[in-house]
Design a protein. Structure first.
Length: 506
């Protein structure tokens, strides 16, 4: 044990840009721990409220050298990454990443690994599990055999504002008063509130050194998915929902159905649906011997729902399932301008003088997307979103984490915030299905004569002949889509500016 580590351990958190990792870091800091966050793109953590109190390092769990550097002087290492639905070969990638993590942790003298995995059904052979659950179980086994004392926490459905499981439940129940559903709605699961998951994760840092095992974690309720939908409707104040299960909806068809009704794309919906084929309930509650629950915890299902709904309605969602990049989404940064030697880079530029202050213009720019839309030809944006969903992409339904404020790394419909210069620049990177890479930039600037200027750039780096054909096929519509967008943003900023001036009306 390093001097002073027992009371003030240094914790390495992987997956800090994800749903659980992004919430775990501030909880560890609040508990007095020192935190180092590992991220492939450290800039994605720059705007988090806790960023100035945690050490952020660049790295990838599949890169042994970066993991080795991140493990230096670490006492407790949290493994919170999964290649969730990440295309063919994701089980192999998960296996290799876990092996690297365990080996580097042992070499660095890390005293504990903590891993959040999935609850597996009792009596079901491993070969019959879904690929997603099978991989998570295998990762846990690899870490348990790493030579570093490991706690594998296994949870089923996590209920919290912004979680994929909660969003799936929420949208299915709210949008479909009558549902024809897969047979798995009759399967029992044991949901757990995200608050309790985080409490167990933080508490696991102090487990005795001899503890090297799995722990099942869950709330007090064992419910079918049908029960969960009915109880969601009651807590949310909705009329009773009619649920009609049919046997022919396979996990594949279920994921298509979920993808059409909810914001959760097929790549994530499929493993969630597959994990519900078998009953997943806790077989023990031994974690309570080491991390005892305070009165009222673990939270009952209805209470967890009420907390999550309140966060959503108050626009106070810290992280969402889409905080981490969607599997298969491009992640390349914008090529350096102007002397980029990487091939073609098509550009659509728009520039307008705006009868508003730069501050008023910036508010409109930062509020784009979600319920506010994209300020031009709504039908075209809606059609593009539906086409993306049909191709397995995220579509427009991810919306925004916060109605007024953005931070680097936020998902924004089918874009992701790549860069923000407050009150000047918003750069978005496209995550829709495209034969290339695309960005959208919006600037609020003041010209030398004191007037406010709005600048907008849409950039596209084509991939192959199909990419070039795609750009030229859609370019005739740019005047309507991008030109209309620029004009309407300018008009909205001007109207907002007029309303804010005392004694003036439009």
């Amino acid at each position: 044990m390093r001097e002073g580590d027992e009371r003030n351990p240094r914790c390495l958190v992987t997956g800090a840009t994800g749903y659980i990792g992004g919430r775990l870091v501030p909880e560890l800091l609040a508990a007095g721990h020192r935190v180092r966050a590992l991220a492939r793109s450290p800039a994605a953590l720059r705007d988090h409220p806790w960023a100035g109190r945690a050490e952020v390092v660049r790295g990838d769990v599949t890169d042994a050298a970066s993991v080795r550097d991140a493990m230096r002087d670490v006492d407790v290492a949290y493994y919170l990454v999964h290649a969730l639905g990440g295309g063919s070969g994701f089980e192999r990638r998960d296996r290799e990443a876990a092996r690297i993590f365990g080996e580097e942790a042992r070499a660095a003298g890390v005293r504990r690994i903590v891993y959040l995995g999935g609850l597996t059904p009792e009596g079901v052979p491993v070969r019959e599990l879904s690929p997603h659950l099978r991989s998570r179980a295998e990762v846990g086994d690899i870490l348990l055999r790493s030579g570093v004392p490991t706690a594998v926490l296994r949870a089923a459905v996590v209920i919290g504002s912004g979680s994929a499981s909660f969003e799936m439940l929420r949208y299915l129940t709210e949008r479909l008063p009558v549902m024809v559903t897969p047979s798995w709605v009759g399967t029992r699961v044991q949901p757990i509130a995200v608050r309790d998951v985080l409490r167990y994760l933080v508490g696991s840092a102090g487990l005795p050194g001899e503890v090297n095992r799995t722990f099942d974690i869950g709330g007090p309720d064992r419910l079918t998915y049908r029960d969960m939908m009915h109880r969601y409707a009651r807590v949310a104040g909705l009329p009773h929902r009619l649920v009609l299960p049919v046997p022919m909806l396979t996990p594949g068809l279920s994921s298509q159905w979920i993808g059409l009704v909810t914001p959760v794309p097929r790549a994530i919906a499929r493993p969630l649906a597959e994990s519900l084929r078998h009953e997943v309930v806790c077989r023990e509650s031994d974690i309570e011997r080491y991390v005892p629950s305070p009165p009222g915890h673990p939270l009952p299902f209805d209470t967890a729902l009420a907390y999550a709904l309140r966060r959503v309605r108050e626009a106070d969602v810290a992280t969402r399932w889409s905080s981490a990049s969607t599997p298969g989404a491009p992640s390349d940064p914008l090529p350096t301008d102007p002397g980029w030697a990487g091939g073609s880079l098509y550009t659509d530029r728009r520039e307008l003088t705006v009868d508003a202050s730069p501050t008023a213009l910036w508010r409109v720019i930062e509020g784009i997307g979600g319920d506010n839309g994209w300020y031009s030809f709504p039908l075209a944006w809606a059609v593009r979103g539906w086409l993306d969903r049909l191709a397995g992409g995220v579509g427009l339904r991810r919306g925004r984490r916060d109605a007024a404020r953005l931070r680097v790394g936020d998902s924004l419909d089918f874009w992701r915030v790549e860069e923000i210069e407050p009150r000047r620049l918003l750069r978005l990177r496209a995550e829709m299905k495209l034969p290339g890479l695309a960005w959208l930039e919006m600037y609020a600037e003041q010209s030398p004569d004191g007037r406010t200027r709005y600048r907008q750039r849409a950039l596209f780096h084509p991939r192959g002949l199909l990419g070039h054909a795609y750009w030229w096929s859609v370019s005739p519509f740019h005047a309507v889509v991008f030109g209309g967008m620029a004009r309407n943003i300018a008009r909205t900023a001007a109207r907002t500016s007029v309303r804010e001036q005392p004694g003036r009306t439009e």
